[in-house]
Design a protein around this ligand. Structure first.
Ligand code: NAD
Length: 437
């Protein structure tokens, strides 16, 4: 099929490459000329494992191209909308400027039978409004909402092998014409028995925000337990192991630490609360305010713990932050807890050096006032305290004895509870985890 993918960021670039891999003829469209230039040269404009190899592989087939010209969407049977929906400045709600801009630019190029597929995460009610715009400009075209569940760091395999497909259509019927068209796009996944749910537009939009809210709640739940464990002298990692063995609860997403961040969870739960308020259902989501507050409290707690670790004052203390990305295997620093903690420490007088295998360029753009060092060893040299804030494998695998020979004082705060505390203590380190004695 001929497919256009509008918006080639973390979601869209991967989606475009994967659709081409599945055999479709794909054009990726973005307003960012630099991104288009890089993607056209088969270079990934951001770090995502496997993406660059995939871009090279599919571009060699001639099935994938990129452009900034929206007219290139003309002739595609399916148009995926993958543009950003960030948090509005100074408000909790989602900024829909990019979604509206993309759709308005696309509609003059639609033809009879085309299907516009929304993948961006939007407040419930947006799809119905956009469906009206599509229908008005091209009555023979349809709009379908197909929320995306990929995880950065696993985006390629998540897109090629999704755990479920959700299609939202007007009326929520299997018989909707657009359903058959999208089934054709996802033939490979459907043949592999991927569950597919057809819903109305509002339910499909809500599935995405509900899923993210659940995940955020699970993380904040265990972080609240970490606060309690700290107060009671208990160990949250053992607690998580024990409750996680109950398969009604499950162990995944029960890792206490510095909390969640990134370009999705924080802004999605806030936009969800804002939208609930508009719908007169704000009470239903007031718990998310607490989820958000617990999450943000983790960052302050890490600053406090670092001060304790440094003997009561941060003034002039050389603190090395291991990790800048919001999670490992990504260079995404949007709302990264690691960087937010690094910036707070610096404001409070610490001399902070940040290192990360992939995210330093993005980090420096967002926090130019921080000092960055590419080499992990150089970053740790003469440190008074190390903070492991993004659990990249190379930090998890650090040898406590070798590391001790680099730093001035052997103190470490394990913000992700991923190190073997007894091993580090045995090597002479003062070790602090979160929610652990
Ligand atoms: P992003 O900021 O990385 O990418 C958005 C892209 O859209 C940018 O390249 C931007 O230049 C482009 N764009 C903006 N306006 C445009 C226009 N009018 N025409 C063409 N391109 C335009 O954002 P992202 O992380 O890829 O997220 C996109 C959407 O997908 C968001 O709604 C997000 O919540 C959702 N989502 C993201 C992920 C993820 O892991 N990143 C997962 C699931 C859902």
């Amino acid at each position: 099929m001929r497919i256009s993918v509008i918006g080639c960021g973390y979601l869209g670039a991967v989606h475009a490459a994967c659709m081409a891999k599945l055999g479709h003829e794909v054009v990726g469209i973005d307003v960012d000329e630099q991104k288009i230039k890089e993607l056209s040269a088969a270079r990934a404009p951001f770090f995502e494992p496997g993406l660059e190899e995939l871009l090279g592989e599919v571009q060699d087939t001639g099935r994938l191209s990129f452009t900034s010209d929206m007219a290139a969407a003309r002739g595609s049977a399916v148009h995926f909308i993958c543009v950003g929906t960030p948090q509005k400045k100074g408000e909790n709600g989602a900024d829909l400027t990019y979604v509206d801009g993309a759709l308005n630019a696309l509609v003059p190029h639609l033809s009879d039978g085309d299907v516009v597929v929304g993948k961006s995460t939007v407040p419930v009610g947006t799809a119905a409004r956009l469906a009206g715009i599509v229908e008005q400009s091209e009555p023979g075209a349809h709009l379908l909402w197909n929320p995306e569940f990929l995880r950065e760091g696993h985006a390629v395999s998540d897109t090629l092998h999704p755990d479920r497909l959700v299609y939202g259509v007007i009326g929520g019927s299997e018989d909707h014409k657009a359903v058959q068209v999208l089934d054709e796009v996802y033939t490979v996944a459907l043949k592999a028995d991927t569950p597919r749910l057809v819903t109305d537009l509002a339910t499909a939009e809500l599935v995405k925000t509900a899923a993210n809210s659940f995940l955020a709640t699970k993380i904040s739940f265990i972080n609240a337990m970490a606060e309690l464990c700290e107060a009671a002298g208990a160990d949250v990692t053992m607690l998580a192991d024990a409750i996680g063995l109950d398969d009604r609860i499950g162990r995944k997403f029960l890792n206490a630490g510095i909390g969640f961040g990134g370009g999705c969870l924080p802004k999605d739960i806030r936009a969800f609360m804002a939208r609930a308020g508009e719908l007169g259902a704000d009470q239903a989501l007031t718990f998310l305010r607490e989820v958000d507050a617990i999450n943000m409290r983790r960052r302050t707690r890490v600053v406090e713990l670092t001060r304790e670790l440094c003997g009561g004052s941060l003034m002039g203390q050389r603190v090395t932050v291991l990790g800048a990305a919001f999670k490992p295997e990504s260079d995404d620093v949007r709302d990264s807890p690691a960087l937010s903690i690094a910036a707070q420490l610096q404001l409070q007088g610490a001399v902070v050096t940040v290192t990360d295998p992939e995210a330093l360029k993005n980090a420096a753009r967002r926090f130019p006032e921080l000092q960055y060092e590419e080499s992990t060893d150089a970053a740790m040299q003469r440190a008074d305290a190390l903070l492991l804030l993004t659990e990249w494998r190379e930090y998890r695998d650090l040898d406590p004895y070798e590391t001790a020979s680099l730093v001035t004082t052997a103190r470490i705060l394990d913000g992700r509870n991923v190190l073997d505390a007894s091993k580090w203590r045995a090597a002479g380190w003062i070790y602090r985890g979160l929610g652990r004695p």
